[in-house]
Design a protein around this ligand. Sequence first.
Ligand code: IVH
Length: 836
Amino acid sequence: MEEQIVKLRIEELTNQINEHNYNYYVLNQPVISDLDFDMMLKELEQLEKDNNIDNPNSPTKRVGSDLSNVFEQVPHKYTMLSLANAYSESEVIDFDNRIRKVIETDFEYVCELKFDGTSISLIYENGELARAITRGDGEKGEDVTANVRTIRSIPLKLRDKDYPASFEIRGEIVMPFSVFNSLNTELEKAGEQLLANPRNTAAGTLKMKNSKIVASRKLDAYFYYLPGENMMIDGHFESLQKAGEWGFKVSEDTKLCKNMNEVFEFLKYWNEARFNLPVATDGVVIKVNSKKLQENLGFTAKSPRWAIAYKFKAENVSTILQDVIFQVGRTGAITPVAKLKPIWIAGTKVERASLHNADFINNLDLHISDTVFVEKGGEIIPKITGVDISKRDASLEKVIFTLTCPECRTPLIRTEGEAAFYCPNEDGCPPQIKGKIEHFVSRDTMDIEGLGKETIKLFYDSGFLKNITDIFHLKEHESQLIGLETVKITDNDENEVSPEIPVERLLFCFKTGVALKDFEKLFKSVSKHKLAFISSNEISELTGIKSDKCDKILSLIRSEISIKSVLKSLDENDTTFSFQSLLINIIGLNPHKAELINEHFKYYYFLLKANQTELEKIDGIDIFDIGKINDFFNRKNIDHDKLNHLNKISIQQKTFENILAGIEKSKDIPFEKVLFSLGIRYVGETIAKILAKSFKNIDNLIIASVDDLKNVEGVGEKIAMSIKEYFSVDKHIQQIEALKNFGLKFEIVEKLSTEEKILTGLTFVVTGNFGTPQLRDNLKNRIEELGGKVSSGVTGSTNYLIAGEKAGPDKISKAKKLNVKVLTKEQFEEKFKTTI
Ligand code: IVH
């Protein structure tokens, strides 16, 4: 192409791609398919490459680069001030009064959402992004332009033409909840510490050295302020609209308010509606609209007098701390979790809160049964923010962090500098073993379908699944595994299924012939309190249930004492009752014994399936208690199976075959995922990918030194040490060998180009032993990867015979006769410059 035509095409593509980026990321209205977009981008990339063009604001630069960022300190032209805060409506009224003392004419306010991220200042020169600077100390910030270029909703080149030749615009860089949540899911899978909130994560991401990683983090940005005098327009609201036309993402939820009533309406609305936004907000910013009036009002040393930030109240509710439990993760890390009396915060039921670590518990000086304040702010997991000491009884017992593992009783250890305690019993601690297996089979790792959490538990309890290599031996235990049965205690989103039993189900299991559906109708329309004196006709009228069924319902409620006491024990709005309540009210155990049984079984189903010896083994349970339980299970008017509300899982022939098929399929999973699946601490999906790419196979990785590892982009001291430590354990090496022998991929399979397929047109025969059958398979696969053909018998068209130990003498002599070259594995490797 002629130079001029190339230039024009580049310009055309750049403009079109910028426009599509704007449609997609700013307006949320894509007009072309992803494929068409990618094709345009590819064409532009190629043209730039062929013509040595390096435009930093080309849309091809959005993907970032591996080059290490250096963040230069730059002074701000206009100081980046913060805002004064208001925490109540009366403080907003005070703000308005202060302004009205200075401005006597009528004026308008602009109400905007206060985005909870990290602030940024962008400088545009002649319509192109010239610099992006962080807030820093307000006077000077850091130049993060390379990272900011990767944020797709930020224009690299402005639309329209009526922008000033040079101007500055400020906004907030945020991480959408969806991106934040999936990052955390990834970290959780890697056994790493979770990120606290989207705000810190956005700020951390913006300061990353590698802009490619920044690009993958999908940050977003909203703009809300144009400092300086060169804007031509007096209204702040109007200048934001202009900025929107130039291509900036400006929140649509900005409102021009004529009076304080409208301001309060806005505050009230967003106090609730903010929970539906895709990004975190922590308040509303109220600004005087006219810039002239803003100038009159001026600034204090810290903030403008013409604006205030009204902060949303993080909904803070008090409840009772019922217990503290210690959970063991797959890496052995112990997480203390608060069990709370259920409360509703920001539209969700909260029953648990993370207590982070031992220091957190000590700082709060927590006691069991304390009244605690729980808050659900920007954080996803609710947190305990304090204790209401005035409600503390002197007799309450202080929460002590456990010294031994709650599951296997091994004394815990704490590495210097780390907040978490660990259970070191990696191979003997059930949740660690099961957790490692769950991680190994999950969708992002070996993706073995059919092996869910419950099935793993079932196989683990049966003794046939004690580590990941056992998965590949399951086939040998088919006859013992088929027929096993359990229930699903976590739903599809991995949330625990409540052990509580819906009250309608309790009534349903008494053999009255009334359908579960009718009991459900009953509890929807009639309050429990009313059930004590309601007539059969009334029930029928209220619910539409046939009158003979209503008679049956009433006679059950009136005659069965245990049901009366269950109904009495429930709060008015509660339609479930706990397993413990069943043990007390229906089986008749005293509360202490009920607690022991509840702790041991947790779900009704497991008590139903328990045998005499298991019950006898529980400390504190005597023959009288067991007698009561047996009496209950012997009652003829109760259908015990129906009382169980959980989904049953049973291992049938077909289920088992599916599992085996899933296991077989996992042998094709690429090396990077196999590496991730091993569960090496700090080696998440991304790091595993990077390591696989750099080291090519597991053997290279095993022998790599800490320095070799640290030389890899993205791998720091902590990760390198963890990898080295993992491979220094003999058992881990043996496990890898075993998995290799089962056929799992421990090297990357690179797709080779035609020129790299050096064995094309050559035919090979492989004979004899090469250490393990796996190695022999690897050798054959390698020949095929390099384009060669592998056949079984030596003929005139064979080019090479590769002979291992105890090679078939017939084949060797035939090869000699036909002038076919014979090579050892080593000679093959040397001749074709490859390794097996
Ligand atoms: S105006 C001189 N508007 O809140 C006034 N700030 O606490 C400049 N923020 O540093 C700020 N949303 O990072 C403004 N709609 C909004 C905002 C907003 C979030 C942040 C910004 C600022 C901080 C002040």
